[in-house]
Structures are given as structure tokens and as C-alpha cells.
Design a protein. Structure first.
Length: 382
């Protein structure tokens, strides 16, 4: 049976799971073991970046070893790498050439702007050297299609997609953070590929779920429920950052048909999602933030919905570890994440009359800070 493949922009179809290479960095042997497991799991799409330390040279070495054995997916490996925004044209050209040398390939399936997170990044593409770089890469057949990754707002992402320059995007669209789901659906309707960034880890550390979440998602494992939800939404491919072959078990189950959808398990999925919503509603009671964003803009620049979403997860599903991790990145990750936490609220009350649920937002923000503020943790990269 041929592996399942899904449309991805203008390029060849990709596997439902994409191997992210940001974790198998201890040695070339580790990368090779993970790549062999990815091949066995039916994966044909690989995602890497110069910013991931030795990922590109390790991956290039692993690809050469498997090639000597005649091991590759049907149609070959599809490789996406990235380039950070802000460079001038000559340095961008050299960065792309260097990626190709490290990977040992003549061209990339996809080249993504790595972190199109701010209006300045978008201007770099629309009116600056970024646009020249992307055109040069396409015109010289060094890449098959161009896209972007983004940690930015849905509005910024929509602006980027509206330029018509991009044929795929990588977004934080997750079961437990559906903020970008509408813009992802819009992209898919226009034939633009959508990769979900790290639904296992950034989507909630679902590989290590708390007891409450395990119970809330039953009969599914939280990871399975999250993966099923995203694939049912039509998301093109889900990134899976594997550090060892065993991390690819869910990709194996998908390729083997264990996660395939039909009418009966679609109904079971909807029932589980409804139980999940009800469980959170019961624990949160009248303090549940509905994520409508009506409270914005905050005069102090507090990202109220993003912070109360973390409180929803901590209180509603017991996801305290994940919520703490994300909360304590605030202000420490530059344009990759929020810059102000709940302590920036000055209790001006401007948000109160806007909230359709009549939440005591300043008090909930203070409670969020008490619950989640802790010693910061190191980011995976950067």
C-alpha cells in the first residue's frame, strides 16, 4: 500500500507528518537513525533550518548514507529549509547556497522565510531585498516554491498570504490554540499548503499529558486527538520533531491506517472534542476566557487573550507545566513570542466593558501571574 500523501502548495504531495530536524542534534548517527525511522513511517517531507545548529550538515550526511543504500521515499525526499528575514540580497544568496551545500542537494522543495513575525519582516519581502531573494531563488530553480513560518498575529499572516508571493506557510495552529485556524482554512481554500508547527510540543507538551488531560481526551490519547483534529481540518502536514526513532510512532500509525478517518471514528472524534470542552467549562466555570479578543487593544499592551488562554489550559485541563513554560518565555524570545506578561496590567479597567462574558479581567490576569510566573527555561534554539 502506498503511503498517504496530501497536497502542499504547488509542489508534490507531502506526508501527513513532516520530520522536523531541530531535535536530533547530538550526533550525525542520531540524525541518521531518525531519518531511517521517518522513511519507515512513510514520511517524505523534511523540515530544517540553518538556525537549528548542526541540523543541515547532519541531515545532509544522513541523506548521503541512505542514498548509497538506495533508500528514499517514492519520488524522493522533499526538503524545506529556511532563511531569516532582514538580510541583503548578496548575503541571502550565499546563505541559500550554503544550505544547499550542507544538505548536498541541488535545490530545495521549499524555502521559507523563517519567522515572518512583524510588519518589518513583511516589508522586507514586499518592498525590500527579501522579495528579490525569493524571486532569484525561484528563477534560478534553486527552490521549487517559497513560503514562510510565522509566530505573528492572524492579521499579519493574512497580509502575507494576500501578497500572492507564498505557496505554503507554517503556523501555530493547534487543538489547544485555534487562533490561527481561520487564516489557515483561508490559505487551504486558495491552494496554499499549511504546516502545523510542533503540535506535540508547542501545541501543549501533549507527549507528557497531565492526568486531567488524559481523562478529558479519552478514549483518545491527547496527541492522537490533536493530530486527528488537525488532519480533519485539512491541515496539510504536521511537524514532528523527533529526537529518537520511537518519537515517530504516531506517524507510523497514520501511515499504517490506524489513524485513518471514516464516518464512525469521525463521530467519536467529535464526541471526544465535546467532552474536552465540557470538562474545561466545568473546571473554569464563569472564569473561562472565550478567546473572542473583544478586550483588545489594551492600553498597556497586555496580550490579554494569549495570557488567559494559558490560564484556561492550566485550570481547565491541568496543563500547568506547559502553561508555565510558555508564560515564562514572555519577554525573553524577541519577536518570536509575546513581550508583556500579566504583571504589565495597571488595572485601568478599559477591558471590562468590552468583555461579552463580563470577566473580571484584571483579577484574572493577576491570578495568571501568580499561578504561572516561575524561573525562565532555555529555548530549544536561538
Amino acid at each position: 500500500m502506498s503511503p498517504a500523501r496530501r497536497p502542499f502548495g504547488d509542489g508534490p504531495p507531502v506526508s501527513a507528518f513532516t520530520l522536523g530536524t531541530m531535535r536530533a542534534l547530538e550526533s550525525p548517527a542520531q540524525m541518521e537513525a531518525v531519518l531511517r525511522a521517518a522513511l519507515g513511517a512513510g514520511i517524505n517531507h523534511l523540515e530544517t533550518a540553518p538556525a537549528y545548529g548542526p541540523a543541515e550538515p547532519f541531515l545532509g550526511q544522513a541523506l548521503r548514507h541512505l542514498q548509497r543504500e538506495g533508500l528514499e521515499p517514492e519520488g524522493g525526499w522533499l526538503i524545506t529549509s529556511k532563511i531569516l528575514p532582514g538580510c541583503d540580497l548578496p548575503s541571502g544568496q550565499e546563505q541559500l547556497r550554503a544550505s544547499l551545500r550542507r544538505l548536498g542537494v541541488p535545490r530545495l522543495h521549499g524555502l521559507a522565510v523563517h519567522g515572518l513575525n512583524t510588519p518589518e519582516h513583511l516589508a522586507w519581502v514586499q518592498h525590500g531585498p527579501g522579495g528579490e531573494l525569493l524571486r532569484w531563488a525561484l528563477d534560478n530553480t534553486l527552490v521549487s516554491q517559497v513560503g514562510f513560518t510565522s509566530h505573528g498575529s492572524p492579521g499579519l499572516i493574512a497580509e502575507a498570504l494576500a501578497t500572492g508571493r507564498f505557496r505554503f506557510c507554517a503556523l501555530h495552529v493547534h487543538l489547544f490554540d485555534q487562533t490561527c485556524l481561520p487564516v489557515a482554512r483561508s490559505a487551504l481554500e486558495r491552494g496554499i499548503g499549511v504546516l502545523a508547527i510542533s503540535p506535540a510540543d508547542k501545541g501543549g507538551r501533549l507527549y507528557d499529558p497531565p492526568p486531567e488531560l488524559l481523562a478529558d481526551c479519552a478514549p483518545f490519547h491527547p496527541l492522537e486527538l490533536a493530530y486527528r483534529f488537525l488532519l480533519e481540518q485539512g491541515i496539510s502536514t504536521l511537524s514532528l520533531g523527533a529526537a529518537m526513532p520511537a518519537d515517530l510512532v504516531w506517524a507510523e500509525r497514520w501511515d499504517g491506517g490506524a489513524l485513518a478517518s471514516d464516518g464512525s471514528n469521525r463521530a467519536a472524534l467529535e464526541e471526544a472534542l465535546e467532552r474536552l470542552r465540557q470538562a474545561a467549562a466545568e473546571r473554569l466555570g464563569g472564569e473561562r476566557c472565550g478567546q473572542c479578543h473583544a478586550c483588545l487593544p489594551c492600553p498597556s499592551g497586555v496580550p490579554i487573550p494569549a495570557l488567559l488562554r494559558l490560564r484556561n489550559l492550566a485550570v481547565g485541563h491541568g496543563m500547568v507545566g506547559y502553561a508555565e513554560e510558555r508564560y515564562n518565555l514572555i519577554g525573553r524570545a524577541g519577536h518570536w513570542w509575546e513581550t508583556r506578561n500579566a504583571a504589565a496590567c495597571n488595572t485601568c479597567g478599559a477591558c471590562l466593558p468590552r468583555c461579552p462574558h463580563e470577566l473580571a479581567i484584571p483579577a484574572l490576569l493577576a491570578d495568571t501571574h501568580r499561578r504561572l510566573a516561575a524561573a525562565p527555561r532555555r529555548r530549544l534554539w536561538g
